[in-house]
Design a protein around this ligand. Structure first.
Ligand code: C2E
Ligand code: CA
Ligand code: CA
Length: 951
């Protein structure tokens, strides 16, 4: 607890202080006065004692002289000596009586004793009581023969003077006069007004009167008790003693007389000084009272002098706080200071600090008024500035609020200082200020955010993504750019985070990701995704030492359905197959859709034993094939599908993902070639073939540059077996592998960019050949059928290329017949029609190659400007074997005839086929029955041979 000082006003402080000072001064003065009074009393007393002593001495002296004179007078009496000699005692006494009568013994002579020569008493006058006492003294007197005073005390004390008595010059005796002290005492009392007690002591130093010392004379009423008290007091030595008895004050002092030799005589003087003391006391009291009066007066004056000051002070103190009041009226304040409290007459005479204080207060008020005015002025200009600032701030905040991003600033601890409308809206919190940015917007603790922010602190812009559930309950993805505001903008670091809503972007990203990694039709992972999953699977199975398997499933004859029934049906079938495959395997196995009718299934966590794992894979593979072979019913139509599946096993990363896929693909191809609807495991032998193919691809690139290609010609003949022209077939004369079939390398060339220059080259070569044949009768009428690859045909400038080539070589366009396939023209029928029409204008002819294999609807045939249909070898091969194929062949021929098109059958090998075709209405043929594809020279030879035969 704190000690609250008690309030004591300055008035009382000054008064108390002054009172103390005054009081002390008065007391000192009174004490001094009192001391002075008592000292004076003492001095008076000492003076009195000295005075008394002198009186006593004088009295003693004068009495001694009187006695001596008396003795001498006595001795002058006639006949004294004679009377003594004759021992006339009565005469002696008579003489004394006579003198006494004559003179009157004022001296109080107690006795007169006469001694003879023998010192025997002859006569005694007066009190005989002293006889014994006087005798020894008389002897003393005769011895010295001098007149000397001696003192003796018996019952009372007396003085004795002995005088020798002479007769005729001889001392005949002596006379002793005994004189009492009564007169002396009386005289002393009369002169000093003091009571006198005579005391006898052995010497003057003795304190107490000797035993036997007698009180010779007592003039006062004081008791023996007083005397004995006085005797016991040490103050005897000082010879001054003050005692009280019965309400009276007595002063006692001793005078020692020297005049009696060894027998000291002490005179005790007792004075009643009650009155003197009372007078002193009275004087002292008077001084005290007057001192107190002076003190009171001084107080009054002090009070009167202080009162106005104090009143001014308290007045000022009361109104000074008004300075702090609002609103302030300074004039009123100044008036209030100038008002003087009533009863201040003195204050008007003597100025003091209070007046100074008043002046200062008034000055202060004036200053304050000035200050107030100044501050009002400043406030005004401040408000102008602040209005301007407010406008700017409103503008900035409206900018911030309009920005389609979340903008927030916050301190080091993450507490938000500023937030724009978007941020407020997104968070759903009305007042964001003071809330924690990290917790509210990022969804992490401030501690975790601090580590995130290390970059920002180093001055870099930091990127961070977060999700925020909006007021509408939807999750939003936000991308934050956070940075630190430049140092110096504030005392403490300020951070700025701008958040962009990237939800849509994210969704797009996810969609793109899905598109990139999933097949849009079946929603199954695509090749890229599969490869990714496979990489992970390889790592995992390597660690776990468990086998994985890749099953490559390829639908048999799907192309036929797709081309025949339309892509829509094909797609629906693929979706159904995808579902079946997916549901045939475990959840964690992957089913991917690679090509149109190609699916790849990745099986993970199979056995660690290869044989066992292979067995497991076979079971699953067969299950997959069964699933595919279940009939698919679509729009009241039932489709029967089969598939060929290839399985490749792997563990760890002994194979690359591509290699594993390739192995499975090879196995699948193997399954296909072994009659379809079957399942095969990868065989290393196949791998070798595959690798050979890969090198072929590399070689192919070199082949164009190295001019390793050659054109072979296969005759196309009429019913009379006479050649009408030839199909140009490409041959690759490989430096090490010899002649390579186009079936082996054309697909690779198609896949790569190689087909374009290759196609150009062969068209040019064929045209050049036609041009050179123009002049020869043997060849001038021949037409050349040139195979066009899909890639070639789909070139936007295909028409220009052909026109240019024709123009360049000068070949007759009507001798050129371009072979297209159904799928090539069906892919974009409008484009195909326009291209074909453009070339047909100058006479170029068109034939549909491999007709009948695509299961396509034949309605397109009417739209296309075709010259010829080429019945596919597969139908021709089955002539006479498959009844249905016979019907197909006949149908095609009829249809062509009906449409006014030529029809050619290819792959005619036997006479049976030839005859059947001829009978069915086919008029052009191509096949081994007539000629194999031949090199140019051989073909010319073949022509010449036929010419010779016919001729
Ligand atoms: P294609 O256009 O259907 O060519 C006919 C194929 O059948 C040729 O095989 C030919 O040698 C073969 N052939 C002809 N008559 C018979 C026969 O009686 N029995 C049997 N079994 N086969 C016969 P080739 O030359 O190996 O060509 C294969 C395929 O390569 C061609 O099929 C064609 O699609 C493509 N091709 C060949 N040369 C070219 C070319 O110059 N350009 C383009 N784009 N493709 C070509
Ligand atoms: Ca052909
Ligand atoms: Ca063909």
């Amino acid at each position: 607890m704190t000690n609250q000082p008690r309030y004591l006003s300055i008035r009382w402080k000054i008064i108390i202080l002054a009172a103390i000072v005054l009081g002390l001064t008065s007391l000192l003065f009174i004490w001094q006065q009192h001391e002075f009074q008592s000292n004076e009393l003492k001095m008076q007393q000492a003076e009195f004692r000295e005075h008394s002593r002198i009186i006593l001495e004088n009295l003693l002296q004068s009495q001694t002289n009187q006695i001596r004179m008396l003795g001498e007078l006595l001795l002058e009496q006639p006949g004294i000596a004679d009377n003594l000699l004759h021992k006339r005692a009565a005469a002696l006494a008579q003489s004394v009586q006579a003198i006494s009568d004559e003179l009157g013994f004022a001296q109080n002579i107690l006795a007169v004793v006469f001694f003879d020569e023998q010192q025997k008493i002859q006569s005694v006058w007066g009190d005989t009581l002293y006889e014994e006492d006087v005798l020894p003294l008389a002897g003393l007197a005769s011895n010295h023969a001098t007149s000397r005073i001696s003192l003796f005390c018996k019952q009372i004390c007396a003085r004795q003077i002995s005088l020798p008595i002479y007769f005729q010059g001889r001392m005949v005796g002596s006379v002793s006069m005994v004189v009492g002290l009564g007169q002396l005492q009386n005289d002393l009392h009369a002169l000093t007004q003091a009571d006198v007690v005579v005391l006898k002591g052995r010497n003057q130093d003795e304190r107490a009167p000797l035993g036997g010392m007698s009180v010779i004379f007592n003039t006062g009423q004081f008791s023996r008790e007083l005397l004995s008290a006085a005797q016991n007091d040490d103050h005897w030595l000082d010879g001054l003693l003050q005692l009280q008895q019965a309400g009276q004050i007595y002063q006692l002092f001793m005078i020692h007389s020297q005049q009696f030799g060894g027998n000291a005589l002490h005179f005790l003087l007792i004075r009643n000084i009650t009155n003197s003391v009372q007078l002193v006391d009275y004087k002292s009291n008077k001084i005290i009272i007057s001192g107190l009066l002076v003190f009171m007066l001084a107080l009054c004056i002090l009070y009167l002098m202080l009162r106005p000051t104090v009143a001014r002070f308290s007045h000022l103190i009361k109104i000074l706080p008004m300075l702090g009041n609002e609103p302030r009226d300074y004039t009123q304040l100044r008036d209030a200071y100038a008002v003087r409290p009533a009863g201040m007459a003195l204050g008007r005479i003597w100025r003091d600090e209070a007046d100074d204080l008043e002046t200062m207060a008034i000055t202060l008020t004036a200053r304050l008024e000035q200050l107030n005015e100044d501050s009002l002025h400043h406030l005004e200009s401040l408000s102008v500035h602040s209005n301007q600032l407010k406008k700017e701030r409103d503008f900035i905040s409206s900018l911030l609020d309009t920005a389609p991003v979340l903008i927030l600033s916050y301190g080091e601890d993450g507490s938000i200082q500023l937030a724009n409308a978007q941020a407020t809206h997104a968070s759903g919190v009305t007042d964001l200020v003071g809330k924690n940015f990290a917790e509210l917007f990022i969804g992490i603790s401030q501690h975790d955010f601090a580590t995130e922010m290390a970059e920002i602190k180093s001055g870099n812009v930091h990127h961070l993504e977060s999700t925020l559930t909006n007021q509408d309950g939807r999750k939003h993805n936000l991308l934050w750019f956070s940075s630190r505001l430049p140092v110096g903008m504030a005392d403490t670091p300020i951070y700025l985070s701008v958040g962009m809503d990237i939800t849509e972007h994210k969704q797009n990203e996810a969609r793109i990701h899905h598109m990139a990694f999933y097949d849009m039709l079946t929603q199954l992972p695509n090749r890229r995704m599969l490869l990714d999953v496979m990489r992970h699977a390889m790592l995992a199975c390597g660690e776990e030492k468990l086998y994985c398997a890749i099953i490559f499933v390829d639908l048999d004859n799907f192309k036929a359905i797709n081309d025949g029934r339309g892509r829509n049906i094909g797609d629906q079938i693929l979706v159904e197959i995808a579902k079946r495959l997916r549901s045939s395997v475990r959840e964690f196995d992957t089913v991917a859709h690679l090509g149109v009718d190609e699916f790849v299934i990745l099986l993970e966590e199979l056995s660690g034993d290869l044989e066992l794992a292979a067995a497991q894979s076979r079971v699953i593979g067969e299950k997959l094939c069964r699933a595919v072979s279940q009939p698919v019913v679509l729009h009241d139509h039932t489709y029967h599908l089969t598939c060929s599946a290839g399985i490749s096993m792997f563990i760890g990363n002994e194979l690359t993902t591509e290699a594993a896929l390739r192995q499975a693909n090879i196995a699948m191809t193997h399954a296909k070639t072994s009659g379809r609807n079957t399942l095969r495991f990868f065989d290393p032998e196949m791998q070798l073939k595959l690798e050979a193919r890969a090198t072929l691809e590399v070689d192919l690139r070199r082949a164009i540059a190295g001019k390793q290609f050659q054109l072979f010609y296969q005759a196309q003949s009429n019913t009379e077996r006479q050649p009408l022209g030839a199909e140009v077939l490409l041959r690759w004369l490989h430096p090490t592998h010899g002649l390579i079939s186009p079936a082996q390398f054309i697909p690779f060339a198609e896949e790569s960019e190689l087909m374009q220059p290759l196609g150009q080259w062969l068209l040019e070569t064929a045209c050049a050949q036609l041009k050179s044949w123009e002049t020869d009768e043997l060849t001038a009428s021949l037409q050349l059928a040139v195979n066009v690859s899909a890639r070639q045909f789909h070139q936007p400038d295909f028409v220009e290329q052909v026109l240019n080539t024709l123009a360049k070589t000068g070949a007759p366009p009507s001798r050129i017949k371009l072979e297209l396939t159904e799928s090539m023209v069906l892919e974009n029928i409008q484009d195909a029609v326009s291209k074909m029409l453009a070339l047909k204008k100058i006479g170029v002819q068109f034939s549909i190659d491999d007709f009948g294999t695509a299961y396509s609807s034949l309605s397109y045939l009417t739209q296309l400007p075709l010259d010829q249909l080429k019945i596919d070898q597969s139908f021709v091969r089955n002539i006479g074997i498959s009844n249905s194929d016979d019907i197909v062949v006949q149908t095609i021929i009829n249809m062509a005839n009906n449409l006014g098109m030529q029809v050619i059958a290819e792959g005619v090998e036997t006479e049976v086929q030839f005859q059947f075709l001829k009978e069915s209405g086919c008029n052009t043929f191509q096949g081994y029955l007539f000629s194999k594809p031949l090199a140019l020279g051989e073909f010319i030879d073949y022509l010449n041979r036929l010419k010779g035969d016919s001729a």
